[in-house]
Design a protein around this ligand. Structure first.
Ligand code: SF4
Length: 324
């Protein structure tokens, strides 16, 4: 019997360090610590929002989970099976279960292929269904994501931005995956279209018991779709809790700053605005101790030398800060 509460994917201490090479001999002179020991799980039929400013490592984490970029170390279990050591051929059945939707629906769709061929491509690559069945399946996917099957013969440039993202979603659904990684899937769209695409993703989740790892730089975008939220800063998770706790009882100063930028619909409620000073420091030479100390308004002397562990401060609520 399938345990609905079991994680579809469980990631432990995942690291991805890119070597920095210099000189004629291309010697390794350092590393970009893009992802530096993150752990999280996504349950069946649920969404984990992975949030942080650009350059915090969230996209690399999403790609490493799918093994589109090879992790440096750590564990990735899909339905209880460790996939980090699997060969390309061994990975194939798991690839079917895990798909990705990209940020820019225009550059992620081949302009020389018709929309129908783009959505059919995964079925072809994985040798699923006959040509006739493929056509029927693609037509059904078009209808499901809000496109007309008659549009299957159109090319990407003939669609609007929102429609192109619907093509991306249909392509991701083609193989009947369990997990979809959405890498800023609505960031390039107008606000009104963003809501439509998020509603579509939520409907599909309910219908198909899909799990999402939803990556975004914007907490407001992940609020409605996420069951859990992990906040990343410079390659590490600094706060991880259910969505309600993040929005009502955020504990990490970085999460507080991200939240203060989220508009509140009720004008009677005012959030204290906390503007983050400066940019995210370079992941090649992250600050010592707590990575956030260079921008944190509460930083103390020990923050510069001691790295705070991610501790559970309330059931299911984890924070990495010396003051909590
Ligand atoms: Fe700020 Fe120190 Fe907490 Fe880091 S550990 S978030 S620097 S108070």
């Amino acid at each position: 019997m399938v345990n609905a509460n079991a994680p579809v994917i469980e990631v432990k201490d995942l690291k991805k360090h890119f070597p920095v090479k210099k000189g004629l001999l291309r010697r390794t002179v350092g590393h970009v610590y893009a992802v530096d020991g993150v752990s999280f799980a996504v349950k069946s039929g649920e969404t984990l929002g992975l949030v942080g400013e650009s350059g915090c490592g969230k996209t690399t984490a999403g790609r490493a989970v799918l093994r589109l970029t090879e992790p440096t170390s750590g564990s990735i279990q899909v339905d209880g099976t460790e996939i980090t050591g699997l060969s390309k051929a061994e990975l194939r059945p798991y690839r079917r279960q895990m798909q990705i939707i990209f940020q820019d629906p225009f550059s992620s769709l081949n302009p020389r292929m018709t929309a129908g061929d783009i959505v059919a491509e995964p079925l072809l690559v994985h040798e699923v269904a006959s040509a006739k069945d493929r056509r029927e399946q693609v037509a059904a996917l078009f209808a499901r994501v809000g496109l007309r099957p008659a549009q299957m013969s159109n090319y990407p440039h003939q669609f609007s931005g929102g429609q192109r993202q619907r093509i991306g979603i249909a392509r991701a659904l083609a193989l009947g995956p369990k997990l979809i990684v959405g890498d800023e899937p609505v960031s390039a769209l107008d606000v009104s279209i963003q809501a439509q695409v998020i509603n579509l993703l939520m409907d599909l989740q309910r219908e198909r018991q899909l799990s999402y790892l939803f990556i975004s730089h914007n907490l407001a975008v992940v609020e409605h779709i996420s069951h859990q939220i992990a906040v990343m800063y410079l390659g590490r998770i600094v706060e991880y809790a259910d969505t309600r706790s993040i929005f009502t009882r955020a504990q990490h100063p970085y999460t507080e700053a991200l939240l203060s930028a989220v508009p509140v619909p009720d004008p009677a409620i005012k959030r204290q605005k906390r503007v983050l000073q400066g940019d995210v420091p370079s992941p090649v030479k992250p600050p010592s101790g707590c990575h956030f100390h260079t921008r944190c308004p509460y930083a103390e002397a020990r923050c510069k030398v001691e790295s705070p562990p991610l501790r559970e401060i309330a059931p299911g609520h984890h924070v990495s800060c010396h003051l909590r």
